[in-house]
Design a binder for this molecule. Structure first.
Ligand code: NAD
Ligand code: MG
Length: 411
């Protein structure tokens, strides 16, 4: 039995993870479930799964959940705050941590899991965007295993040779460094020339650009192929999501930004591709359902069933590809520039994006002003070398303040 903590259990990724685990009751045991402040949802999950711990980031919500569970004679222990999240992410008895909190709130608990040497199933891409270098160093130093859940990165991972483990410093019994073949260290040494990230283009790929300023939150959250949380849905509509994913790919696979390319693929059937120097291009395909990458990472290097429907190429009939239009998706360009600038510039980008997306979802900012808030924030705060998590958190806080001001400016 592999023991797991699910950070962000009430969200889209969290619930999909529980769905896969439910199909394999003898393989996985749920030790801890966490949420922000959705008391009803976490209560339901606690009664269903009887974890040892439930954590609510919000202390008042935790108090209420605790009272309710006591009345129901539940033995679940309720904790709260970032400390509670980090505690369940680093418990000695836990083998794996699903990092599925959305946004910067996921950073410290995910980092705690890395420092405790856990297998981390990483959905929370914002953690890597905020603190890529320090995060990867923590993974390496503490012998953690990092398995990508983001469908594109999971696809890239599946298309790489098995000895890719050295790049991530994965530590598994199956792939030990005493293997007779020397382990590869860089993409070049593995013969990889490019990582091709596919992108659906979101709901506004073909919407006339002059209509974009009228987009409402519910329109932006209606993704054509994926059902996801609201923040990542807006990121997909602006394509900032793909920008964050370029940054994520650079850290996960030790790639240079010039080695990562984005191609629009509206059907979301090819989840990403790896190009090799001999001209081979390997792709991973499947129906767009997050239970595939989740099942892959839960069981890696084994395979387990996920209940995802079989891919029918005959039904799909065709796969289309297009180049990205940066005029339509200016946020994507900002993300690439931030990655090239390095240091805490991506921390600032991420913070400004979170503030802008929140303002858009609260109808305080137009869809077309999201990238302006990010651009203004980046012009007012210069990134620096990220020497410690404190540096990162300082720049994150400052960027949020500046981004709030920029929201007022661009309203
Ligand atoms: P979601 O909004 O559906 O769920 C987010 C979860 O995080 C919830 O459990 C919520 O309670 C928790 N949470 C929110 N704010 C918190 C806070 N301040 N402190 C503690 N917990 C908090 O989001 P999602 O779609 O499941 O996405 C989760 C992460 O996975 C994101 O980083 C997203 O980019 C990434 N991701 C999601 C998908 C997808 O298909 N949904 C695909 C790839 C990557
Ligand atoms: Mg993705």
């Amino acid at each position: 039995m592999r023991k797991i903590t699910i950070l962000g259990a009430t969200g889209s990724i969290g619930l999909n993870t529980l769905d896969v685990i439910k199909q394999h009751p003898n393989e996985f045991e749920v030790i801890a479930l966490t949420a922000h402040q959705q008391i009803d949802r976490l209560q339901t999950l606690c009664l269903q799964w009887s974890p040892r711990y439930a954590v609510m980031a919000d202390p008042q919500a935790a108090e209420q959940l605790s009272l309710r569970l006591q009345k129901l004679n539940s033995k679940v222990q309720v904790l709260s705050g970032t400390d509670g999240l980090s505690f369940v992410a680093s418990l000695p008895l836990v083998d794996m941590v699903m990092a599925a909190i959305v946004g910067s709130a996921g950073l410290l608990p995910t980092l705690a899991a890395a420092k405790a040497g856990k297998r981390i199933l990483l959905a929370n891409k914002e953690a890597l965007v905020m603190s890529g270098q320090l995060f990867m160093e923590a993974v390496q130093q503490h012998g953690a295993e990092l398995l990508p859940i983001d469908s594109e990165h999971n696809a890239l991972f599946q298309c790489m040779p098995i000895n890719r483990s050295e790049i991530h410093h994965f530590k598994t019994s199956e792939v030990k460094s005493d293997d007779s073949a020397p382990l590869a260290h860089t993409l070049e040494e593995m013969g990889v020339s490019r990582l091709l990230l596919t992108a659906s283009g979101g709901p506004f790929r073909t919407t006339p650009i002059e209509q974009l300023h009228e987009i409402t939150p519910s329109q932006a959250c209606a993704h054509p192929n994926w059902k996801m949380g609201r923040k990542i849905s807006v990121d997909s509509a602006t394509m900032m999501n793909k920008g964050l994913e370029i940054i994520e790919a650079c850290w996960l696979f030790a790639a240079k930004p010039t080695q990562v390319e984005v191609v629009l693929h509206p059907q979301s059937i090819i989840h990403s591709l790896v190009e090799y120097i001999d001209g081979s291009v390997l792709a991973q395909l499947g129906n767009p359902d997050m239970r595939t990458p989740i099942a892959h990472a839960l069981a890696w290097p084994k395979r387990i069933a996920s209940s995802v429907s079989r891919l029918s190429l005959i039904d799909i009939a065709r796969l289309d590809f297009e180049a990205v239009d940066f005029d339509r998706f200016p946020s994507l360009k900002l993300a690439i520039e931030a990655m090239n600038a390095g240091g805490t510039t991506t921390t600032i980008l991420n913070a400004a994006n979170e503030i802008a997306v929140q303002a858009f979802l609260q109808k305080r900012l137009r869809f077309t002003a999201i990238h302006k808030v990010i651009e203004t924030t980046l012009s007012r705060l210069t990134g620096r070398v990220a020497t410690s998590i404190d540096t990162i958190l300082e720049d994150d806080t400052q960027a949020r303040e500046l981004a709030q001001e920029a929201v007022n400016l661009h309203q």
